[in-house]
Design a protein. Sequence first.
Length: 249
Amino acid sequence: METPLSRKLKNFVPLTTADRDMLAEVLEPSRLIEPRADIVEEGEDPRGVNVVMSGWACRYRQFEDGRRQIISILLPGDCCDPHIYLLDRRDHAIGALTPVAIARIPGTAMVELKSRNPSLDLAFHREELACAAIQREWTVSLGRRSGVERLAHLFCELHARLAAVGLADGTNCPMPLTQPDLADALGQTTVHINRTLQDVRAAGLLSLKGRRLTLLDPEGLRRLAKFDPSYLHLRAARDAARGLEAIRP
């Protein structure tokens, strides 16, 4: 059975039908989370691995005065940390940005699955390493990229990740993030985000309409962002990037 999780993992390791069936068997039934609600709270005892089946979520930290930093964006197929059950306490919260269907793999089931299936064990390890690489790239963005470069890089990354799980249509993909979401992810104000969006639109690099992102000039956007998809370690993302190279506005 194909699931968003198996579509994601097969970017790291080829999966057989038996592999996909094993993944489907350990996933508990999905539960629906309303937008802007917490999926898990900071400080909870993590007894299982949450998997995004549909919708968009985020990891975040929030101060008592209300300031929030989005640490990462979670898309369909993403694990909310495949080894989180090894810890005693969750050090961040996970919230729904849109309506989200979330499934869970109990920690004990995850341990048994990986012990029985070396291919899936390798896939989960590679997925976790890719997540760490994404986190490093976000650190680079916050520390060294300009505001417009940060925004361009985030859009390039999200398009590539969505392409990897079959959720991008050529140069088009969903983009439900609000300007406050973008500000919290990129360490900027909403006023700055608004101005930056106007700049990249005026440059003819992208279009945002009806919660959809269109890359009007994919190569130009990648050059602006200094975006190299190799850090994602996703075969489908690399294929999508190569395919976009031939597209011109």
